[in-house]
Design a protein around this ligand. Structure first.
Ligand SMILES: [Zn+2]
Length: 515
């Protein structure tokens, strides 16, 4: 059968069109801030006696960013809207899937500040979980990540849309209510309910805006009123597992900056496995994730990679370097298993299901990227860079390049190529290292060949080598300038062993062979 030239051309054209279309489709669209910015949410929420339904009024203080803005697109789930107002004026609105579109009385000019007030009621389908706790007691718990808060709070549901928040929660008097920020008041009402008001003055990402209502067990160190552990009554004895939280707060404060918030309330649905690591991870998020928040979902490793690495740093500080190295080895194994099935960069702009970003690139590889930077720059400059990064972006957002700029400032080194390869590129080096000894003119030499055999681009990094001889040992750092690098070094004595990356600072798979 013959195929004429036109058919081939058409086929090629169709392929090109399909490729272009697929590329367009595969880019994730994020709801970033562009025409208006929320600055404060005031959420007054009343729960019924069985904690199965809510009625609420959310006031959104906002600033207009674009002259001519005539409507506000606010993300909102399926709850019934009773009214939308600005002051005493009713505003007309339209419901669209996942949105409430509010018509402004007249086009607004840039810089205008206003408040819209949205009243609504019903059963949130997500975000605020209304369910019985472990002891069968009704409870309400905010669980918003990544973009589920709009199911119970009308908002711009994206990490770049940070705002302060006041929660006023009215709940049955048997329960306790906890929310972000400082407890401002607790008011008993005539109808056997209590109204709790909490105020968080620092801007936080929408997914962090949470309440918890339950008849739970509250404990905490008597010396630290700002620290509390909330668990179901039957887990009372286990609440002590959170005790290292105090040390974690102190250590991360010392390493980076003072704790950014007024209190820390840890609520556990159940006590997790490896409770110390999990608690350290969650506490590290207070600095990295909550205070410095990723600008886009592609920068999620700035939350998860940091929290994973800081949990390791806590182990290093209190349990020693060996335990830390073992922790990092575990992260490596998880990443290598993931990468074989899912080759993609950390900075992922394509995945549309945000839950799939909770992956080993953002957690384990992200932690390793920080560890490698620490290895390259040394402790002093690395941690100084993190402090600059934190100081410049606290209560705000940051991108992967913002982290690079801060580390470059601290170290006076250009890290663009490192970030391009490790954060924006995929994979890791797979080394095949071959060594042999030679005698020339009565002198011993070590001959070394380092090949990168991974399927994707080479890594141009410094590689540390430890050579053991029968007279002692010496170290060399070899700059990898290409896929294959050869070296020859004079030797005292006879080489018996060559170790690549002896301080375990590199995320790589390595085979060392002696010829
Ligand atoms: Zn996390």
């Amino acid at each position: 059968m013959s195929i004429d030239r036109n058919t081939i051309c058409r086929f090629v054209l169709v392929c090109i069109l399909l490729t272009i279309t697929c590329n367009v489709w595969s880019q994730r669209v994020e709801r970033t801030i562009f025409d208006w910015q929320p600055t404060h949410y005031s959420v007054a929420i009343t729960l019924n006696d069985s904690l199965t339904e809510i009625s609420a009024i959310t006031n959104i203080d906002l600033q207009v960013l674009k002259t001519g803005l005539s409507r506000l697109e606010v993300q909102f789930g399926d709850l019934s809207v009773d009214s939308v107002k600005s002051g005493a004026t009713n505003l007309s609105f339209e419901r669209k899937p996942g949105l409430i579109v509010i018509a402004l009385p007249q086009p607004a000019i840039k810089g205008t500040k206003m408040t819209v007030s949205i009243s609504y009621h019903g059963i949130p389908k997500d975000g605020l979980v209304l369910a019985k706790d472990k002891d069968g007691i009704p409870s309400a718990t905010g669980d918003n990540w990544p973009d589920r808060v709009h199911n119970w709070i009308p908002s711009i549901d994206h990490p770049s849309a940070k705002a302060s928040v006041t929660f006023t929660v009215t709940a049955p008097e048997r329960d306790q209510a906890v929310a972000n920020g400082r407890l401002v008041s607790r008011q008993a009402n005539a109808d056997k309910t209590v109204t709790w008001t909490y105020d968080e003055k620092a801007p936080i990402p929408p997914y962090c805006m949470v309440i918890a209502v339950d008849n739970f067990d509250v404990s905490g160190p008597p010396s630290r009123k700002s620290l509390s552990y909330l668990v179901p009554h039957s887990d009372h004895e286990l609440a002590g597992e959170f005790a290292p939280s105090e040390q974690m707060l102190d250590y991360f404060s010392e390493l980076i900056a003072p704790y950014p918030y007024e209190k820390l309330a840890t609520k556990a649905f159940k006590i997790p496995m490896r409770v110390e690591e999990t608690t350290a991870h969650e506490i590290a998020h207070q600095w990295f994730g909550d205070s410095v928040t990723e600008s886009t979902w592609a920068d999620l490793w700035l939350s998860e990679g940091f929290a994973t690495y800081f949990a390791g740093l806590f182990l290093e500080r209190y349990e020693g370097r060996e335990i830390f190295n073992e922790y990092m080895r575990r992260q490596k194994v998880v990443y290598l298993g993931y990468e074989k099935q899912n080759p993609s960069p950390i900075h992922d702009t394509q995945t549309t299901d945000l839950f799939r970003l909770l992956n080993a690139n953002n957690y384990q590889k992200g932690a390793w990227v920080l560890h490698m930077l620490r290895g390259m720059l040394g402790d002093e400059k690395f941690f100084e860079g993190l402090r600059i990064y934190y100081r410049d972006h606290m209560n705000s957002n940051a991108s992967s390049d913002d982290l690079r700029f801060a580390l470059e400032k601290a170290s006076a080194r250009n890290l663009k190529q490192f970030f391009d390869r490790w954060v924006y590129g995929e994979g890791h080096p797979v080394f095949d290292v071959v060594w042999s000894t030679k005698t020339e003119g009565g002198r011993n030499f070590l001959s070394l060949e380092i090949n990168q055999v991974q399927h994707n681009a080479q890594f141009l990094i410094p590689l540390a080598i430890l050579v053991k001889t029968d007279r002692g040992e010496f170290r060399k750092t070899i700059d990898l300038t290409g896929t294959s690098v050869q070296g020859k070094f004079p030797l005292e004595g006879k080489a018996v062993e060559v170790t690549v990356d002896p301080d375990a600072f590199l995320l790589a798979e390595t085979t060392v062979r002696h010829l």
